[in-house]
Design a protein around this ligand. Structure first.
Ligand code: IPE
Ligand code: IPE
Ligand code: MG
Length: 239
């Protein structure tokens, strides 16, 4: 069966990359890049909500990012905490629900608590859902899903459906579009399972420079994609 082409993505994932390079370019320390990256995230969340996106997954900290210095990791965690606290009113006013993807058990207790609180406080919000991928790795998510699936004892049927049902947010539809800033052509372990048929949009701009216009350009570019999901090419000129 031919899948329908969706001109507006329901779910967009963003690999917010290039904070460090943005800072280096200006002779500043890396943490300054993260601070500006947070401002960009706020701009893009607002723009995405205004444009009617239903789900926005923000890759905030990967399972591999622990390799960075204690200072940088601590700074990022502090920013997340500050963000979750400081932006709660904004989220509620805009009916945005906050969720989490990743291994919450591997996060510092205060951050995990802050995430739970933000998720609880916005549970009734029926607008866009922002999924913070924090201590997130696609491989780790699949491993945890398999563990959950098999935890009930050897009876579980292993299928794409049952495994999907044990991912971190099983009710969230697969991403239609994955955006990556800062020009790298790789997934870096983001939404490996869910992104099987996502369209990719790579932008050379560093994340702290991202504005509403950049999101608009990515969405416009997505409109022109021919999503075939493995089906045969139908009609149109051969490109
Ligand atoms: C993305 O920016 C933020 C995180 C991964 C936490 P980077 O910090 O990776 O920036 P670059 O890639 O070093 O420029
Ligand atoms: C991906 O960026 C992770 C986040 C944006 C949170 P990285 O900077 O960690 O990715 P690599 O190391 O360039 O692949
Ligand atoms: Mg990077």
């Amino acid at each position: 069966m031919q899948e329908k082409v969706s001109p507006v993505p329901v779910h967009v994932g963003i690999i917010m990359d290039g904070n460090g390079r943005w800072a280096r370019q200006r002779g500043q320390i890396r943490t300054q890049g993260h601070l500006e990256g947070l401002k960009a995230a706020k701009r893009v969340v607002k723009a995405a909500s205004d444009r009617g996106l239903r789900y926005l997954t923000l890759y905030t900290f990967s399972t591999e990012n622990w390799k960075r210095t204690t200072e940088e990791v601590g700074f990022i965690m502090g920013l997340v905490k500050q963000y979750l606290r400081g932006e709660l009113d904004f989220y509620r006013e805009n009916h945005i629900r906050i969720r989490h993807a990743g291994d919450i058990a591997g996060l510092p207790a205060d951050i995990a608590e802050e995430i739970r609180r933000a998720a609880e406080d916005t549970l009734g919000c029926d607008g866009m859902q922002v999924i913070l991928a924090l201590n997130y790795g696609g491989r780790d998510e699949i491993v945890r899903a398999v563990r959950r699936l098999t935890a009930s004892g050897g009876q579980a049927e292993i299928s794409e459906e049952t495994l999907s049902a044990h991912l971190d947010n099983p009710d969230v539809p697969d991403p239609d579009l994955i955006i990556r800033s800062a020009g790298e052509f790789r997934t870096s372990n983001f939404l490996l399972w869910e992104g099987a048929y996502a369209e990719y949009y790579i932008s050379p701009k560093f994340w702290p420079d991202w504005t509403e216009e950049d999101l608009a350009r990515a969405l416009e570019n997505f409109r022109g994609r021919d999503r075939r999901f493995g089906g045969a090419v139908t009609g149109g000129a051969v490109k």
